[in-house]
Ligand binder design. Structure first.
Ligand code: ATP
Ligand code: MG
Length: 451
């Protein structure tokens, strides 16, 4: 037992004291102990206790039977909710996923032994200190992710731990212990048994972490082959010229590193060149050509993100960023206004993605790409500063105005409005009510005589 002090929030202290007063052991446990020792703010404080669920419910007024069969009772306090779980041993695992049954135990060290990694297998009590039977403190100070016990057995029991190992390595910047690493490779195929949702949650934590380049471990251990085989193709796909120091996969990792850690930017970075292996051809100078890879990339991203059960709003945003990341619009003010109209609120993110894409190119690639991105940025900021109209909301005429001109609501009206907006995007001086009403009347009579 080590005497290191952790600041425990008052409600957690209160729960420990109440359980102790009723004659039960109780400790803060797992991720919160790890994070507190690292000086990180824990997501949540979990409590482990020798008390049986029924005994926990006797001690507190307000509780919820969260996972009573697995020993978890949620205690409701004014300050929030806290999960209190009885010391337990997980029984035989079925399908590398679910323990068939759990048995309660009176021994804290047995509860700690069922946990995944040594840094997650520590408990803390203010008057006892840190309980650390598996070397978690040492691994925490040396920066190592190490399975508790025999790694192969632990991944055999629960294949999600394979993803968790790499995710913690990325979040904390820790190395994976060699024995644990080898077992990752052996058990990677077991991820077939884990639901897409659970894999997605771990992947998102990994790529939005401070070290998203740890993604390479997924490739190296054969995990991507199971959950995202396209990445293996990207690692085998050259980038533009034979002389380029990166392949598409390594370029992708570099782009992920240089965009801010939001879900949509990191996903857009991960997938922005995902169609390159699909569309690659080689021209007569021996260069790789990837015609249409942004459109194909958006299509691939949509399909894969749906499979991974991402929410529709994120999928739509990521696909927009991928579709426009290679600026197929003219690099002048009108071109940028049209792009702003298509991309909308995502334009700032688009610039960040384009800049990161530049930074991750070879020197010659960067030499032509970066100035273009900077030029787009300058034009964009000037347009925003001036407040040019770039969407229908700011057009100087509305559907109501057109109805008063005798244009009926419907596709015809949509066509008129779009044509007016296009004119205004080309030349913002035309966003003038009188001019546009006159123009609308012309357009309406043209459509009328056509139809
Ligand atoms: P975070 O909350 O930052 O995602 P965490 O370590 O708190 O990380 P949780 O999923 O909240 O992770 O789990 C809390 C604790 O439960 C872990 O620290 C670990 O001790 C244990 N645990 C969670 N999932 C597993 C698992 N799949 N196998 C073994 N132990 C696990
Ligand atoms: Mg947690």
């Amino acid at each position: 037992m080590e005497k290191i002090r952790i600041d425990i929030p008052d409600p957690v202290n209160y729960i420990l004291k109440k359980l102790n007063a009723a004659g039960h052991e109780a400790y803060a446990v797992g991720g919160c102990v790890r994070d507190a020792l690292l000086g990180r703010e824990p997501n949540d404080w979990d409590i482990t206790t020798s008390a049986l669920p029924s005994q926990v419910k006797e001690v507190f007024h307000r509780t919820i039977d969260t996972g009573i069969r697995h020993g978890t009772v949620t205690v409701l306090l004014r300050e929030g909710q806290f999960e209190v779980t009885t010391y337990r041993i997980d029984g035989i695992y079925e399908d590398s996923r679910h323990p068939k049954e759990v048995t309660f135990t009176a021994k804290l060290t047995e509860d700690l032994r069922r946990r995944d990694f040594t840094i997650n297998a520590m408990a803390y009590h203010p008057s006892v200190g840190t309980v650390d039977p598996y070397g978690g403190l040492r691994d925490l100070s040396e920066g190592v992710i190490r399975a508790v016990g025999v790694p192969a057995e632990r991944f055999d029991e629960d294949a999600l731990r394979i993803m968790r190992a790499v995710r913690f390595s990325a979040q904390l910047g820790f190395a994976i212990d060699p024995g644990t690493y080898l077992a990752l490779r052996d058990f990677a195929p077991r991820l077939e048994l884990i639901s897409r949702e659970r894999i997605r949650d771990e992947l998102i934590k990994l790529i939005t972490s401070p070290y998203p380049e740890t993604f390479e471990v997924l490739y190296d251990t054969g995990i991507t082959k199971v959950i995202f085989p396209r990445f293996d193709e990207m690692m085998a796909c050259p980038q533009n010229r034979p002389s380029h120091k990166y392949n598409v996969g390594l370029h992708t990792l570099a782009v992920m590193q240089s965009v801010p850690p939001t879900v949509r930017l990191r996903l857009a970075a991960l997938l922005h060149d995902s169609a390159k292996p699909e569309v690659r051809t080689v021209n007569d100078r021996g260069w790789d050509v990837f015609t249409g890879h942004h459109t194909a990339g958006a299509a691939f991203a949509e399909k894969w993100l749906r499979e991974m059960r991402l929410d529709n709003a994120t999928i739509a945003d990521v696909c927009t960023l991928i579709r426009y990341h290679d600026f197929l619009f003219p690099k002048d003010e009108a071109g940028v206004r049209h792009a702003m109209n298509l991309v909308g609120d995502l334009f700032d993110d688009l610039l960040l993605l384009m800049k990161a894409d530049s930074e991750a190119k070879s020197d010659e690639g960067k030499a032509w790409h970066l100035p273009v991105v900077e030029q787009i940025g300058t034009l964009y900021h000037a347009i925003k500063e001036r407040g040019d109209c770039v969407d229908m909301k700011h057009l100087a005429v509305t559907g109501g105005d057109l109805i008063r001109l005798g244009i009926n609501p419907g596709p015809g009206m949509g066509e008129v409005l779009n044509t007016l907006l296009d004119e205004v995007l080309d030349d913002p001086a035309k966003n003038d009510r009188e001019y546009l009403l006159c123009e609308a009347a012309h357009l309406a009579s043209e459509i009328h005589s056509k139809g």
